[in-house]
Design a protein around this ligand. Structure first.
Ligand SMILES: [Zn+2]
Ligand SMILES: [Zn+2]
Length: 86
């Protein structure tokens, strides 16, 4: 399961919209380089290396937290989920 919602940065306190998670049906891959996200079928999530970022060609990984747009930290967590999806 995944969630769209508000993310809080624990480093600088910035709040921003983001998407987090993954589940049985679909999974979120996140680019290590530019933080772009891509939704894929969950069965592909273990083969995330096969999905290079469409923007920069960087490596995509599942289970990553969003990167803070302000300070660049990945010490972020969702505090206000808005939309749930399977
Ligand atoms: Zn990228
Ligand atoms: Zn921050």
């Amino acid at each position: 399961m995944g969630q769209d919602g508000k993310i809080l940065c624990h480093e600088c306190g910035a709040k921003f919209w983001g998407l987090i998670g993954g589940g049985d049906v679909s999974d979120v891959l996140r680019c290590l380089r530019c933080d772009d996200t891509q939704l894929v079928d969950a069965k592909f999530s273990r083969e995330d290396f096969k999905f290079p970022c469409k923007d920069c060609g960087g490596p995509m990984r599942s289970g990553m937290t969003p990167r803070c747009p302000k300070c660049g930290s990945r010490e972020t967590a969702m505090f206000l989920p808005q939309v749930f999806w399977e």
